[in-house]
Design a protein around this ligand. Structure first.
Ligand code: NAD
Length: 357
């Protein structure tokens, strides 16, 4: 009989929210959620490319305001306009239909108004499962956590992700994969979030190739949403590991696209950390059904045509030293491998070039 991994002493916080999987029936599920909150004045937030899905959800709702100005990383002036509009309309609930940017705007409004959010995510970014908000002011991204920004209800409708372009499906799916992989060595990693992370990795690994092979097929899309949710719950509980600190620096300082940056950097962080994180390595290899975690991730990336180099998304080689210094300053304690400027420069340069670490 093999020796079990030690459980150890730990404190785990589970965030409270209701989650509904409602493929093809999200309008009814959202209407029920709004009624259960005793709300009757809906501010519906959705960007232009999310409008058709928002129309479907709006059909059964008492909408007093339809807000369409959604911008990635939530610039403060965009948040201020949405906050003022919510007050002016007398909204008593926020319904967001869209990706992480749309959920992020709803969170910005909830942060100052305390209004409850019903979130209908249409990507795999996972913001809906966290109490983390983000705002950008003068090209600097600030994040924080507050209980009011955690959506009270999340409604997943796999049919809403069918229109997500393939490149975004892959990048966003790997963004979700980054949540569960990074949570295995994040500051508050524990056996509960590790169990969620392993199941998330399995579901994403199974779902992503199905979606790429058959974009209109719902079973793969449902697997991906299920995996994305578990991954985000795991991340919300475990906190940010090295991967997320790198993505935060690259997105915030160099304005690189969120999902594509995560998708590109993940194999580099895994290659660095996995040899020094045997429990994470075992869990991921088992979830992927592969000899090693990195082999499994790379095979998946090849099968779905993942982005490979940061230079393709606007990062410049000359920015590597400053980015490495910024990551080092923000690096979480307890990373499996000790971090220094040289190691991070090597990682970022390889990711810039798209070559193995
Ligand atoms: P996004 O929300 O910006 O969406 C990318 C593009 O896809 C947008 O143009 C959007 O309109 C479009 N789109 C979304 N869903 C679609 C669909 N189903 N069909 C067609 N088009 C669709 O990108 P994202 O990667 O989902 O979110 C990124 C943002 O979320 C970043 O600002 C990031 O910081 C934030 N985020 C926050 C957290 C958190 O916990 N606070 C977690 C993850 C991501």
């Amino acid at each position: 009989m093999s020796t079990p991994e030690p459980i150890g002493d730990f404190t785990h916080t589970t965030l409270g929210q209701q989650v509904r999987f409602a493929t093809g029936t999200s309008a009814t599920a959202v209407a029920e959620a709004v009624a259960a909150l005793s709300a009757s004045r809906v501010m519906l937030i959705a960007g232009e490319s999310e409008a058709a899905m928002a129309d479907q959800v709006a059909a059964d709702l008492p909408v007093v305001l339809r807000h369409r100005e959604v911008v990635m990383h939530v610039p403060i002036e965009v948040a201020e306009r949405a906050r003022a509009a919510a007050v002016e309309a007398g909204a008593d609930v926020l319904v967001s239909v869209g990706g992480g940017s749309t959920t992020g705007l709803a969170k910005a409004v909830a942060l100052t108004s305390g209004l409850p959010i019903v979130a209908v995510p249409t990507t795999y970014a996972g913001s809906e499962a966290t109490d983390v908000w983000g705002l950008t002011e003068a090209a600097r991204k600030t994040t924080g956590s507050h209980p009011d920004v955690l959506p009270r209800v999340v409604v997943y409708d796999a049919s809403f992700t069918v229109g997500l372009p393939e490149s975004m499906t892959v990048a966003s799916g790997l963004n979700a994969m980054a949540h569960c992989v990074d949570s295995l060595w994040a500051p508050r990693a524990d056996p509960i979030n590790a169990a969620l992370a392993a199941e998330a990795a399995r579901a994403l690994h199974q779902g992503m190739p199905l979606v790429v092979a058959e974009p209109s097929g719902l079973p793969g899309r449902e697997q991906m949403l299920y995996g994305a949710y578990l991954a985000a719950v795991s991340f919300a509980s475990a906190g940010s590991g090295l991967h997320h600190k790198i993505a935060h620096v690259l997105g915030g300082t160099y304005n690189l696209p969120h999902a594509q940056t995560h998708a590109t950097v993940l194999p580099y962080v895994l290659a660095l950390n996995a040899p020094a994180a045997p429990a994470a390595e075992r869990r991921l290899a088992a979830a992927f059904g592969s000899a090693t975690a990195l082999e499994g991730l790379n095979a998946l990336r090849a099968a779905v045509g993942a982005p490979t180099a940061l230079r393709d998304v606007g990062f410049r080689a000359e920015d590597v030293p400053a980015a490495a210094a910024a990551v080092l300053a923000a690096a979480p304690p307890g990373n499996p491998v000790p971090l220094d400027q040289r190691t991070l420069e090597r990682l970022l340069h390889a990711a810039w070039e798209g070559t193995a670490l």
